[in-house]
Design a protein around this ligand. Structure first.
Ligand SMILES: [Zn+2]
Length: 499
């Protein structure tokens, strides 16, 4: 049936149905070791080199909880305004899959570490409160690679390989309550929520938070109910959506698809679905199991987790400023326009500018360097802005030289060349490359005389009172002095000499 479903236009969906969403986000923690063993977690190692009897599920191996992962889970829970359990357990979620060698996933079921929280997100000036049902701890599975088939799927593959390096890496799964009342903003609210979670995770420093590398993955549940009915329809769950834009598109597509089925008199199948980046569509995965099919039971090999209230209080004190509130504060402090702020965030330059300002530069000067000169260099070499090879302290140092008139913006670019080449501090580079602006009258005067001599017609115009013509002579002096002349002083000298 899915193949023949007509997609319904978004406006019509909104006119006839109320959407309900549920978002499940998996965050891969950046602990040094796995959730229940001491194996390293570094990304990109040779397959099956970061494994041990515990994460391979060998008989008799005993797991031990990673304290750092519990700490990160509690901090995430607190940042999401959750209650933190005084006592909770792990549970076995039983199902078979080749990349899960124990045939169960160690997770949490009815006793999550964090529960009953919320996160407020802004969409086009309107605030939506997303209620968090729970945030629980679990382990990641291994990774299967299907070889020989089309687009990496198991169907049609010649054989499959499995890498257990990822098996046992700690995950936090954050689950919302049904998100209702979003109407035509549903796709944007979903995107804003995932974006806000990512910002929070970055601010907490508990994960690499790279959606493109799968360290944050979103599952998008969607259902439609007849408009005004107040009910909840049957949901579909689109798995592992891995960019913010895809989250928005997946919601939009599923709304159109569900409406098509419902308006044709059909019923939506409760199932998991795959999202396709290339055309923004979803396709059927497997029928969704209900919780009872997993036969959850408490994990007998792990002691319960009972974080003391003192520890929770200590961790609460480590929480960073809420990222959304921080942006509002910084924009006000820096005097940036909405557009400047949006560009700053889009370029990933917020923290860099913050540190540059902290090192003494004016906000607009810091913004100018990071968003133009340094962004261009980062793009040219295909690296993140933070990895361009210049630190915020160095940018502030370059700007200080501009502020005191020792170099100008043009010469500053050569200082950045030197910084990236590792030639020392901005001060040292100016000295070694001889970049300092010349404002000594002796040197300038000779260059001005030479320019006047070479451009007699321009000089005559200035003598006749056409002061604007001085620009041409200033240009000539600058060229003569390789851009290092004090332009203001050169102008004064020209006007003095031709008065
Ligand atoms: Zn291990």
């Amino acid at each position: 049936m899915a193949a023949t479903t007509e997609l319904v236009d978004f406006d019509e969906v909104i006119a006839k149905f109320d959407p309900a969403m549920g978002l499940e986000i998996h965050v891969e923690l950046n602990t040094n070791t796995k959730m229940f063993c001491g194996c390293p977690t570094a990304f990109g190692a040779e397959p099956n080199t970061q494994v041990c009897p515990t994460c391979l599920g060998l008989p008799g191996a005993m797991p031990v909880v990673n304290r750092k992962a519990v700490e990160s889970a509690i901090r995430i829970g607190l940042a999401l305004n959750c209650e933190i359990a005084e006592w909770c357990r792990f549970a076995r979620k039983n199902y078979f899959y080749p990349d899960m060698p124990k045939n169960f996933q160690t997770s949490q079921y009815d006793e999550p570490i964090a529960f009953d929280g919320y996160l407020d997100v802004d969409v086009e000036g309107e605030t939506f409160r997303v209620e968090i049902e729970r945030a629980h701890m679990e382990e990641d599975t291994g990774k299967s690679t299907h070889v020989g088939g089309s687009d990496g799927r198991i169907h049609g593959a010649d054989y499959s390989l499995v890498d257990y390096n990822r098996a046992g890496i700690p995950l936090i799964e954050i689950v919302t309550r049904p998100i209702l009342g979003t109407g035509d903003k549903a796709p944007l609210v979903a995107k804003a929520y995932v974006s806000a979670i990512r910002d929070l995770i970055v601010a907490l420093g508990v994960s690499d938070a790279r959606m493109d590398q799968g360290s944050i993955r979103a599952d998008v549940n969607l259902s439609l109910a007849p408009k005004g009915s107040g009910g909840l329809g049957t949901r579909s769950e689109t798995k592992n959506v891995n960019s913010l834009r895809s989250v928005e598109r997946a919601v939009r597509y599923e709304m159109g698809r569900h409406a098509g089925i419902l308006l044709a008199g059909g019923s939506v199948l409760q199932e998991t679905r795959h999202f396709h980046e290339n055309d923004g569509t979803t396709s059927s995965g497997r029928e969704k199991s209900d919780a009872e099919d997993y036969r959850y039971f408490p994990e007998p090999d792990l002691v319960p987790v009972a974080p003391s209230r003192e520890w929770v209080t200590e961790l609460r004190a480590t929480l960073p400023e809420n990222p959304a509130a921080k942006r509002v504060r910084l924009q006000k402090e820096w005097g940036f326009s909405d557009l400047e702020m949006r560009d700053t965030i889009g370029a990933g330059a917020l923290e860099l500018i913050e540190e540059t300002v902290a090192a003494g530069a004016a906000p607009q000067a810091a913004r100018k360097w990071w968003l133009s000169e340094l962004t261009r260099r980062a793009n040219d070499t295909g690296v993140e802005l933070a990895e361009v090879g210049v630190t915020p302290v160095q940018v502030a140092g370059v700007q200080a030289l501009v502020d005191t008139g020792r170099i100008n913006d043009k010469l500053a670019r050569q200082v950045f060349d030197g910084l990236i080449a590792g030639e020392g501090t901005p001060e040292e580079i100016v000295a070694a490359r001889g970049l300092e602006i010349v404002s000594d009258d002796g040197a300038l005067s000779a260059a001005v005389d030479k320019a006047i001599e070479a451009n007699p017609d321009v000089a005559d115009k200035i003598r006749d009172g056409k002061v604007a013509a001085a620009g041409a002579l200033i240009g000539a002096v600058m060229k003569e002095m390789r851009g290092q002349a004090d332009a203001g002083r050169v102008r004064e000298l020209i006007l003095e000499k031709l008065a």
